[in-house]
Design a protein around this ligand. Structure first.
Ligand SMILES: [Mg+2]
Ligand SMILES: [Zn+2]
Length: 192
């Protein structure tokens, strides 16, 4: 019997999608992101970040800058009484940059490696998990592990949903205006 969790994408879901976050000054949380994480914390589900950051592989920013941004995110949440139970990052790209970050990895969404890693670390039941994100790759990663997915209309979400959903290989289980609405939907469901 594993634990239930909600996975969050970072850029476009918790924070503004502004392109590559190559400096801490470019990182901003979306409105109500903190409230959404706090709701998850109060629900007893784990709150886990899963993010692709191929800017490292591409050489746009270092692993240190990436770590600093994620640390700042954790602190911004903590200041408001919200916490992440885990932060999982894919810094890879299959064809860009140089090794070791240029590699065909198992963790770049839509691949499910980050979700499996989190599940192993925290004893999660992925069948009871939901991934909230703004891209089709988030939906595919969720489906790959038997989790549900919610597409948020922040970040790339609105454009993907309004103009490109005919290309989706995996439809979202739900579409929500923002992260808070997404979490509300997940928590209002009786069964996982
Ligand atoms: Mg995103
Ligand atoms: Zn990876």
């Amino acid at each position: 019997m594993g634990r239930p969790a909600i996975f969050f994408d970072r850029d476009g879901t918790l924070s503004y999608e502004i392109g590559y976050v190559n400096h801490l000054s470019r990182f901003r949380l979306l409105p109500y992101a903190v409230d959404a994480v706090r709701l998850v914390n109060a629900s007893g589900r784990l709150a886990v970040l899963v993010t692709n950051q191929a800017g490292v592989a591409r050489g746009y920013f270092s692993a240190e800058v990436l770590a600093a941004v994620n640390s700042a995110l954790v602190l911004m949440l903590k200041d408001e009484g919200a916490y992440l139970d885990g932060v999982y990052v894919c810094p890879h790209h299959p064809t860009e940059g140089a090794p070791p970050y240029r590699t065909v990895c198992d963790c770049r969404k839509p691949r499910p490696g980050l979700l499996y890693r989190a599940a192993a670390d925290h004893g999660l039941d992925l069948a009871q998990a939901t991934l909230i994100g703004d891209k089709p790759s988030d939906l595919v990663a969720a489906r790959a592990v038997g989790a549900r997915s919610v597409l948020v209309l922040t970040g790339y979400g609105r454009g993907e949903w309004e103009h490109r959903r005919s290309t989706f290989t995996v439809p979202p289980d739900h579409v929500a205006d923002d992260l808070c609405a997404a979490v509300d939907w997940v928590l209002s469901r009786r069964s996982p």
